[in-house]
Design a protein around this ligand. Structure first.
Ligand code: 5AD
Length: 310
């Protein structure tokens, strides 16, 4: 099964489900070892470090799982000033980190306001890659940010099952809208990232297989996934967390399906599993995102409970 996945980059849905669900620990270990080996062959021995700058937790959305959802009134809101953002970039650059990831809540007016900031970052650090993660925005804003110098955009699809998507999002949000944004980002020439939460309430193994199929269809350059982690004072606060082991197996499967993709070992994985970033690398991930958000604001970017800030 693993051999077939390695050589054909694909498997029937039933076999993918089996790899995700198996209790055979040695099979799971062979999957991760194979993915790690493939990663070393294709991407080389480097682990890429990104500087994550959580620039604002102001969000217009009300996603049921998310700790910075609009109706969560117990989180103080902040936005970094342009100078604070430049300071984060400066610190990262001096550390040798050449990719800046500007992430924030979905806020179209503020995103438009970032255009001159992105332009300035591009001017000051022309060699750096600028990655954005700012949610669903008007296509003109995506275009303006691209023109200002942004190269990459992360927009997780969260789940490929449209009904499941509706069940964990507020009224009016639809998977189709999200996918239209992802297609537009690709069309504009962004390197584009997708990904899902693993084990969000109501998700089945069949849904995860659907996630893999969707990504095969869309061809993302980057794939970010983490386990769902319940957050206090959100509608999903009393649901159980997703599985770190399933997340690791998905990383491994995705490395074999998309050998060239950049796949991070995410903070959510590390939050649930001690040493999770290393485990992610050992399962085929090749990217680590290091938090460069100023210390004073870090705990306000409170996506899920116990969020690790390294
Ligand atoms: N658990 C895990 N991941 C979460 N995210 C948001 N809330 C949670 C949560 N409770 C992830 C989503 C989103 C990214 C910014 O953070 O996948 O795309």
């Amino acid at each position: 099964m693993i051999e077939t996945l390695l050589t054909t980059r694909d498997l029937p849905g039933s076999a993918l489900a089996q790899l995700l669900e198996t209790r055979d620990a040695s099979l799971a270990q062979r999957l991760k070892d194979c993915a790690r080996k493939r990663c070393l062959e294709v991407k080389g021995p480097q682990v890429l470090i990104r500087a994550l700058i959580e620039w604002s937790n102001v969000c217009r959305n009300d996603c049921l799982y998310c700790g910075i959802r609009r109706s969560r009134t117990d989180v103080p809101r902040y936005s970094l000033s342009p100078d604070q953002i430049f300071e984060c970039c400066d610190k990262a650059w001096r550390d040798g980190v050449q990719t800046f990831v500007l992430q924030g809540g979905e806020n179209p007016a503020a995103a438009l306001g970032l255009v001159p900031v992105v332009r300035e970052i591009h001017k000051r650090w022309p060699q750096a890659a600028i990655t954005l993660s700012l949610g669903e925005l008007p296509f003109e804003t995506y275009a303006a940010l691209k023109e200002a110098g942004a190269n990459r955009y992360l927009l997780r699809h969260e789940t490929a099952n449209p009904k499941h998507y509706v069940s964990i999002h507020p009224e009016g949000m639809r998977l189709e809208t999200r996918l239209a944004c992802i297609r537009e980002l690709k069309r504009l020439g962004y390197e584009t990232g997708m990904g899902m939460m693993v084990g969000s309430p109501g998700q089945t193994t069949e849904d995860l297989v659907q996630d893999l199929r969707l990504m095969q269809e869309m061809g993302p350059h980057m794939i970010g996934m983490g386990p769902f982690i319940p957050q206090d004072n959100t509608p999903l606060e009393s649901y159980p967390a997703g599985s770190a082991e399933t997340t690791l197996r998905l990383i491994a499967i995705l490395r074999l399906m998309f050998p060239e993709a950049n796949i991070p070992a995410t903070t959510a994985l590390a939050t649930l599993l001690p040493g999770g970033k290393l485990s992610g690398i050992q399962a085929g991930a090749n990217v680590i995102m290091n938090v460069y958000t100023p210390q004073a604001e870090r705990k306000k970017y409170d996506l899920y409970k116990g969020k690790s800030d390294v």
